[in-house]
Design a protein around this ligand. Structure first.
Ligand code: HEM
Length: 530
């Protein structure tokens, strides 16, 4: 990734003639202003203890680096000894960490919002970053996930199974010998395809340019955000026009618009013609239709292209990381593949179709997914907020207006909540569900103040039910159709904290070999007569 100093290289500006000279002059003037007057994001918040900065360090550069490389350790250690909120220096300035016992004060208080956090940390006012604008501007996008996606779950399971089968056919050709694959990239493509089949109309779900954008936009977004954060706020409004990373983001949005707009226009035309002819307008079931339904109800608007990009940002990488970590944890823990296969043979052997009931019966698989998410959640900090006004917490801590705050997932590794928390125990939650009265607790999608990978309460992730279905179907096809192992000289890929994310080396190899499933995966009989 280009450093901010590279990004600010003035070479290309010289090609811009007068405009370039003006831009350079402005940048230099603003830079001097920044240098002399600083910015409020470079100062700790008064009255809240600061950790992660060592004695003798003049500024916060080292504290920020430490945070990027070891956020999890810093917070885990601090939470053990501290009862009150403290602050660290993150890439975007001071960040208040709320100890887990105060979680509910933050997640239920509408004066602190996720929307403001997205707006500040992801630059949604800048061109190219529009992919998070729907989640910030109004509730059309979020409500479309809550209502449209959730209501379509029952019908979508069949589609996911059909697409999963095609995905494996494409990426895992029959193999009698152990064959290497880079699973991270494959998982991303699978999730992008399953998501597109659900969120997009069929003609666009197959569009390779869209599939590429739906994966790459998130990566470009991360890079664009990273570079922008390293630039003093006062310079951003100018510099962003010239950074290769933000230019890339603008190109992505333009490409997405080129792909999507013809379909939107055709739908509008068709609808107008239907209404004119006195016919009921045709009903669709995809994210465009879900967003339109909310717009019709509330009058709030959401740009269809930005909406689809927001679906990708929310759904693709989060689910892919969760699926990959789960797959690695299953393959890496002896006896697990056999145990899960046995459950699949029993459940699919008597199932009538790919539907909610079938997936709900996969309780051991659900437990493995939840345990993997406990040990390696896609992100370590999941309740992220900005205070929209000054707030005093119950312990007297004053959170000034504009401060960023977050709740760490430290209870996931706390012995008080989980026995032997450092050990992967795939059947942990299955066993917990056997306790009287706890049958429907401890599911992958269940949230709680001691289990925050999806947040908890009013703003808990509404896409988790869909993600759960995707992962279960992909695991079912994988475990019944193939054997897996890791190369001996590599072993199980380490799931490492990178900033706040738990990710694996994208170059990691997994080996697979074809096998004959004991039961048919074609539950919907789409291959009848083949
Ligand atoms: C395994 C995959 C996923 C993970 C780990 C995940 C995680 C999260 C987390 C941690 C939050 C923030 C909760 C909070 O602030 O309290 C969130 C919010 C959200 N997620 Fe997900 N998510 C996943 C999949 C999805 C999918 C597939 C969608 C569908 C588009 C989605 C849509 C959303 C939306 C709309 C919100 C905002 C909810 C609100 O503010 O009320 N997520 N997600």
């Amino acid at each position: 990734m280009a450093s901010s100093s590279n990004s600010l290289s003035l070479g290309p500006l010289s090609l811009l003639g007068g405009v370039g000279v003006l831009a350079v002059t402005t940048v230099v003037l603003l830079g001097s202003f920044y240098f002399f007057f600083g910015n409020s994001n470079d100062k700790p918040i008064s009255g809240i203890p600061l950790i992660g900065k060592q004695d003798g360090e003049k500024d916060y550069t080292e504290a920020k680096k430490r945070w990027m490389s070891s956020a999890k350790e810093i917070v885990n250690n601090a939470v053990r000894t501290r009862k009150h909120p403290f602050q660290v220096f993150g890439m975007n300035g001071p960040l208040i960490i709320i100890p887990p016992h105060m979680t509910s004060e933050v997640r239920t208080d509408e004066r602190m919002t996720f929307k403001s956090w997205l707006k500040r940390d992801f630059f949604t006012n800048y061109p190219g970053f529009e992919g998070f604008r729907p989640a910030v501007d109004n509730n059309v996008f979020i409500d479309s996930v809550r209502m449209g996606l959730t209501q379509s779950l029952a019908t979508v399971v069949h589609v996911l199974a059909e697409e999963a089968e095609k995905c494996y056919e494409e990426s895992f050709p029959p193999a009698d010998d152990w064959t290497p694959v880079k699973f991270n990239a494959i998982a991303l493509r699978f999730i992008a395809r399953l998501s597109a089949r659900t969120f997009m109309p069929p003609e666009l779900a197959k569009n390779e340019d869209w599939l590429r954008i739906s994966v790459e936009y998130t990566l470009h977004f991360g890079k664009g955000g990273y570079v922008m954060r390293a630039i003093p706020p006062i310079l951003r409004p100018i510099v962003h026009w010239f950074l290769p990373q933000t230019k890339q983001l603008r190109e992505d949005v333009e490409t997405a618009r080129r792909i999507i707009e013809p379909t939107i226009l055709a739908r509008r035309k068709e609808r107008a013609a239907d209404i004119k002819a006195g016919r009921k307008p045709k009903k669709y079931s995809d994210a465009f239709a879900w967003m339109d339904a909310i717009t019709e109800k509330t009058g709030d608007m959401c740009d269809a292209v930005h909406g689809q990009l927001n679906y990708s940002l929310g759904a693709v990488h989060t689910t892919s990381i969760t699926f990959t970590n789960c797959m690695y944890n299953i393959v890496g823990s002896p006896g697990s593949v056999e145990l899960l296969r046995q459950e699949l043979i029993e459940v699919l052997g008597s199932a009538k179709s790919w539907d909610k009931t079938t997936l709900n019966q996969l309780k051991m698989m659900d437990s493995y997914m939840k345990e993997s998410n406990r040990m390696h959640p896609a992100s370590f900090m999941t309740v992220n907020r900005i205070a929209n006004e000054t707030i005093t917490l119950s312990d007297g801590t004053v959170i000034p207006k504009g401060s960023a705050l977050t709740v760490p997932n430290t209870r996931l590794y706390d012995e008080e909540y989980y026995e032997n928390p450092q050990v992967f125990n795939g059947r942990r939650f299955y066993d917990m569900r056997q306790r009287a009265g706890e049958e429907s607790k401890h599911q992958f999608v269940t949230t709680g103040d001691d289990y925050l990978p999806f947040g908890h309460g009013k703003h808990a992730c509404p896409g988790r039910f869909f993600a759960s279905n995707e992962i279960k179907i992909l695991l079912a096809y994988a475990l019944l159709q193939y054997d897996f192992k890791f190369p001996e000289d590599q072993g199980q890929p380490l799931i490492r904290a990178h900033g706040l994310e738990n990710v694996t080396n994208p170059e990691a190899i997994m080996l697979y070999k074809s096998r004959t499933p004991e039961v048919s995966l074609d539950l919907d009989h789409i291959h009848k007569g083949r």
